[in-house]
Design a protein around this ligand. Structure first.
Ligand code: GLN
Length: 281
């Protein structure tokens, strides 16, 4: 090969990429493997078992360059796994985080018989679709103010075979009357609203690539909770439950907003044992 780059075998190319990505990523080796699997169109386990001695594909260096410029792996591959399910992601949606899986687990444990589910700010649809995939009797509505996000969510519903039970609708809780056409009340409400302080210093891979509208919510990150949370009681069926994701320092403030609206609040923790979800009932 004239430039010497693509003549390397897969194993050598991954090793070199992992070294290069050390400066950008805490998971450099994993990133290098995931990008290689994507370039070859194989799963990561197939890559490791069967392809390490093949010739590295010509397209690989360009993918590594994108990651070295801090672009998240999920936007490069167009995919992120969440709750064991494959989700398509684009820069129009927040990349589903492992931390949010606790919200899905809590929903499944607390309301296994739920028949109607609302997901406020559905983005890729990850929360709603992970819940519906595990509650065969339930139907759900995902709302978002971003048309680009709704297209991604609808595509994920189709791919996962859930489009008969999940509908995605444009709605914005900042606008009066936003919830009138949703067809509530709901047994289960999920929400991962924007909750980052406007002037927070985020990783480059987050602040330069992920949608600002899904992240930032005023000087203290609480603006969306102040608008959305007091409206939850009117959307909840009798005995219903609302699960709201929070930043780990927001448990008290968000509990207080819900309590002022007449709801009881219970805090649930993520895998790192930080407060991550408030359950309102
Ligand atoms: N967990 C995300 C982050 O820290 C924020 C998600 C959100 O604002 N809903 O980047």
């Amino acid at each position: 090969m004239p430039d010497g780059r693509s003549a390397a075998c897969v194993a050598d190319a991954i090793r070199a990429a992992a070294v290069r990505l050390e400066a950008t990523s805490d998971t450099a080796r994993l990133d290098a493997e995931v990008l290689m699997a994507h370039a070859l169109g194989v799963s990561r386990s197939d890559l490791l078992l069967r392809h390490m001695r093949s010739e590295a594909p010509a397209g690989y260096p360009a993918l590594v360059d994108r990651r070295a410029a801090h672009e998240p792996v999920a936007y490069i591959t167009g995919q992120q796994e969440f709750f064991g399910l494959p989700f398509m992601v684009t820069p129009e949606v927040l990349i589903p985080r492992g931390d949010s899986e606790v919200l899905v687990e809590t929903a499944l444990k607390a309301r296994p018989g739920a028949r109607s589910v609302l997901d406020c700010g559905t983005g890729s649809g990850a929360l709603l679709l992970a819940v519906l995939a595990n509650l065969p009797q339930a139907r759900g509505t995902g709302i978002d103010s971003s048309p680009g996000a709704l297209a991604v969510a609808a595509s994920n519903a189709r791919t996962l075979g859930l489009d008969e039970r999940a509908r995605m609708m444009a709605a914005d809780w900042h606008r009066a009357g936003w919830s009138e056409t949703l067809g509530g009340p709901f047994d289960l409400i999920l929400a991962n609203p924007p909750y980052v302080e406007n002037d927070a210093e985020l990783d480059t891979s987050v602040c330069e690539y992920e949608p600002a509208g899904a992240l930032f919510s005023g000087p203290d990150g609480l603006d969306d909770y102040r608008i959305l949370v007091p409206q939850l009681p009117a959307l909840m069926a009798p005995g219903g439950l609302a699960l709201v994701e929070i930043g780990h320092r927001q448990a008290e403030a968000v509990s207080a907003i819900g309590q002022a609206a007449g709801m009881a609040a219970t805090i649930h923790h993520d895998l790192a044992n930080r407060p991550r979800v408030i359950a309102f009932s």
